[in-house]
Design a protein around this ligand. Structure first.
Ligand code: PEP
Ligand code: CO
Length: 450
């Protein structure tokens, strides 16, 4: 691994000298300082070894030898830290990855939007209902969704509650994976009970059986050791939006040089906070994690290049992932120019498509939703546009859940706007439900095989 230059004038707190967008306004700054101090003394959630391993896998993916699957809730909820919710998240991620391994014919790295995806950027600082104006809900790390002044007041103690729930989530996930739940020999452990009647069940089980046969072939005929392929691993990611939270969990590791954000393996900068002179870019400049940056359709290309110079000066393999979220109607016009601009920097990056955030609309009956067909269309275009422009799509990023919600419309089950009222649970963006997520994976696996 190449040794990047130490970043001059950088400190976990140096972001505080820059304009920080999308930060909550706490009325009691002493209480915030106490919470941040307390958080900074608590143990890390992940280790620098794991972080470096993910960086190595991302480097592999940017060289075309791996594929990255990133997904989970738009906004994780503290109250959803339950065994069934956590196992569902793991199951859908495992099932989708199995389908993608089959489609891509390469290993898949799983990165869950979980164990810390608790802070949300909002387009408006305030929300007005029936003539009452209150601060917007910004995620469970900051305030609560109920529409009362007390719930919407940012509460520094929630930083600790979020960290604790992230730790509990991760603890259970690690135990499941270590305990054999993620054993590739037993994909039947990952089946979700309500999914047996799904239109996708047959195709999925055929793929699971094929993978089981390939495993047995490798073991029995090629003599590949069971231990070498038995376990799947997975990583965590979240939008590193709340900079006091991220700063508090930024540590130096005894055996790896530099500073690491040890609240997650893979933090990303959201579309709204990626200004070259802003606090988020300043913070990300100094950490050694592999990092992501979201890029929207209105991004200025010179600005993107400046940000790349700042956070990716050494062209370190695996360091930078660019996640484009352009929308199915705009991707064709925008992506080729973006690819050319990034190519001109001479830096290598991993390209991922987030087909969710450019395809959101509000229905006549007031629900924020996304059409399955728009999401798939953006993804299919992404694969083709990368290939046509001498680049390569190395991963996908979804908002999804292992549960039976009705938040996105379309898909094999043909959900319509009228179905949204039945199982709409997200406080922020609409997620693909279990069936839609699996169908999406099957569709892109077919696309990759073509
Ligand atoms: C998100 O991933 O939930 C999000 C807010 O994305 P973006 O920054 O791309 O809008
Ligand atoms: Co979202």
């Amino acid at each position: 691994m190449i040794e990047p230059h130490p970043q001059p004038d950088w400190w976990p707190t140096s972001w505080q000298t820059r304009p920080a967008l999308q930060q909550p306004k706490y009325s009691d700054s002493q209480a915030l300082a106490r919470a941040v101090d307390e958080l900074s003394l608590l143990p890390p959630l992940v280790t620098s070894w794991e972080v470096n391993e993910l960086k190595r896998q991302i480097a592999d993916a940017s060289a075309g030898r791996r594929f990255l699957l990133q997904g989970g809730d738009c906004a994780e909820r503290i109250e959803d830290c339950t065994p069934s919710s956590i196992t569902s998240k793991l199951k859908i991620l495992l099932q989708m990855s199995l389908v993608l391994i089959h489609g891509a014919k390469k290993p898949v790295t799983r990165v869950g939007r979980f164990a810390g995806q608790y802070a949300k950027p909002r387009s408006d600082d305030q929300e007005t209902k029936n003539g009452v104006t209150l601060p917007s809900y910004r995620g469970d790390l900051i305030n609560r969704p109920a529409f009362t002044l007390a719930d919407r007041e940012p509460d520094p103690q929630l930083l600790l509650r979020g960290y604790e729930r992230a730790a509990l989530t991760l603890n259970f996930l690690r135990a499941l994976v270590r305990g054999g739940f993620a054993d590739l020999h037993h994909p039947e452990y990952w089946d979700l009970s309500f999914a047996q009647n799904s239109p996708m069940a047959g195709e999925y089980h055929r793929i699971a059986d094929t993978i089981g046969e390939s495993l047995r072939f490798m073991e029995n005929v090629l003599g590949v050791h069971r231990e070498e392929i038995q376990w799947v691993d997975f990583f965590t990611c979240h939008e590193a939006l709340h900079l006091h939270y991220e700063q508090a969990q930024t540590h130096q590791a005894p055996h790896n040089k530099g500073w690491f954000n040890l609240s997650t393996h893979f933090p990303w900068i959201g579309m709204r906070t990626a200004q070259p002179d802003g606090a988020h870019v300043e913070y990300f400049r100094g950490i050694r994690n592999p990092i992501g940056i979201k890029i929207g359709p209105k991004a200025d290309l010179d600005t993107v290049k400046r940000v790349i110079d700042i956070v990716h000066p050494d062209n370190e393999p695996g360091r930078l992932t660019l996640i484009h979220r352009l929308g199915h109607q705009q991707i064709e016009a925008v992506l080729p120019k973006l690819l050319e601009a990034v190519h001109s920097t001479g830096r290598k990056v991993l390209w991922i498509c987030d087909p969710m955030h450019g395809n959101t609309h509000v229905t006549g009956n007031g629900y924020k939703t996304r059409r399955f067909e728009d999401i798939l269309s953006e993804l299919e275009q992404a694969f083709d546009l990368h290939t046509a422009n001498g680049s390569m799509l190395g991963g996908v990023h979804f908002e999804m859940t292992g549960e039976d919600v009705t938040e996105c419309i379309g898909g094999a089950r043909g959900l319509t706007e009228l179905d949204l009222a039945r199982g709409y649970r997200s406080e922020v963006d609409p997620r693909l439900n279990y069936e839609q997520a699996l169908e999406m994976a099957l569709s892109i696996a077919r696309k990759m095989r073509r």
